[in-house]
Ligand binder design. Structure first.
Ligand code: GLN
Length: 427
């Protein structure tokens, strides 16, 4: 069988083909772009990339670089350090607005140029070149290949960068920027000139969707960094169209003036679209329409999340009288609450209760603590709790991996662990 995914993407591009808007011309080289190109890529978290349209076309990343440089600034300076310099409030302004928060002199957010220039300067490096080398290295790691600068775009933008220079000098006057203004604008312009394809961008977006993990499982960005970046993309990524975008499309996104547009569906996919003509907000006109269409078809909107699975736990009683609670799936607060509800069916007494987590894949921190508390309370009620937890979802046992004493549930009580439910029932 041939997967229908690329055919579907091809169909969406076909239906969103009618274009309007105009290519950016304040950077002369961008005005040379073929305005009719249209491409899409969707990357799953395990690194499979589906494309359609002119997916081989490369273009400059432009403002889509901003979230990734912001991520590096946070990794380098810590979140508090970055927040002291750059705020996280949507500005409702255009991307190149020359404005700062009046009371603190901070740029309003890292997605407009003032904040992005400040974020660029927060990246560690002995000099401007070292700073840029680290930025390019991060983008390359996220994209899974060595990226390069489009020198023609770079020179063209640097020649006409008066407005960004004005922003950098303004940042210096309020003490937000210590480095040399032309140096920083040069570095920031180089970062905007990195050449990418939709596949590169979809892969980069997929790392954000995977809490900072690359397709091979390597942690490329800390989960809290990824969360911060996505939050800011959700509120500020589409400039003065951010509210409209969040209500209609409903996923964190970032656009670039060359016509690129990325969207991140946390836990699922990274998506990138390329079409150079821009709407009046400076966002790719067809890019926005393609995302609106995908969001509708694929149910991407983050505020439209389906209810958690109802049947995560099944209780049965063995001939020996042991009550087994067989749990399956990923456990978060809501699922853990269902498991606890199931455990409340055990009357006080000295019976054996088996908590079978063999079919559980992942347990987040709150769910783990809830289950351990359940174990502790069963024990207080007089039960002997036996645990089946081959992947150590509840934490490492006291007796090492596999069979033996399980993790401490509090009060010094550790349930005994068994390799499977049958062994646990036998005891
Ligand atoms: N390099 C561009 C600038 O600073 C990026 C703007 C954008 O993509 N919106 O003007």
């Amino acid at each position: 069988m041939r997967t229908p995914v690329p055919d579907y993407l091809e169909q969406v591009l076909g239906e969103c083909d009618a274009d309007d808007g105009a290519v950016a011309d304040y950077i002369p080289e961008l005005a040379q772009a073929d305005p009719d190109r249209l491409a899409i890529a969707v990357s799953t978290l395990d690194g499979t990339v589906w494309t359609a349209g002119d997916a081989e076309s490369s273009f400059s990343i432009q403002s889509i670089s901003k979230p990734f440089t912001y991520a590096l600034a946070i990794a380098d300076q810590g979140l508090d350090g970055v927040l002291r310099t750059i705020d996280v409030e949507p500005s409702g302004d255009a991307f190149n607005e020359i404005s700062l928060e009046p009371s603190s002199g901070r740029p309003r957010n890292p997605m407009i140029n003032a904040g992005a220039i400040a974020a660029h300067a927060l990246v560690k490096g002995d000099d401007a070149e070292a700073r840029f080398a680290r930025i390019l290295a991060l983008y390359s790691r996220l994209a899974g290949r060595d990226l390069d600068v489009d020198e023609a775009v770079f020179t063209s933008e640097l020649d006409t960068a008066d407005r960004n220079l004005a922003i950098a000098y303004m940042l210096r006057t309020v003490g937000t920027l210590q480095a040399d203004a032309p140096d920083v604008v040069r570095g920031y312009t180089r970062q905007c000139s990195v050449s990418v394809t939709v596949s590169d961008l979809a892969r980069m977006a997929a790392v954000l969707a995977a809490q900072g993990r690359g397709p091979d499982g390597t942690q490329l960005l800390e989960p809290h960094v990824s969360r911060q970046v996505l939050s800011v993309m959700a509120t500020c990524g589409m400039y003065d169209a951010a509210g409209d975008w969040l209500t209609t499309v409903g996923i964190p996104a970032k656009s670039g003036v060359a016509g690129g547009l990325i969207g991140v569906l946390p836990g699922q996919v990274g998506i990138a679209v390329f079409s150079p003509r821009l709407d009046r907000h400076g966002n790719s006109a067809r890019g926005v329409r393609v995302f609106e269409r995908l969001s509708r078809d694929m149910g991407l909107h983050l505020m439209e999340v389906s209810e958690a699975a109802r049947s995560v736990v099944r209780r049965y009683v063995e001939d020996s009288g042991a009550a087994v609670h067989e749990v399956s799936g990923d456990l978060r607060f809501v699922e853990a609450e269902r498991v606890l509800r199931s455990l409340t069916e055990e009357p006080e007494g000295a019976g054996v209760v088996v908590l079978d987590l063999e079919r559980v894949h992942r347990v987040n921190d709150v769910a783990r603590r809830m289950l351990l508390e359940g174990v502790r309370r069963l024990h207080l009620d007089g039960h002997e709790v036996r645990l089946v937890d081959p992947s150590e979802a509840l934490g490492e046992g006291r007796g090492g991996a596999g069979r033996g004493a399980g993790p401490d549930s509090g009060d010094g009580y550790a349930p005994e662990r068994f390799e499977d439910a049958a062994a646990a029932v036998r005891g």
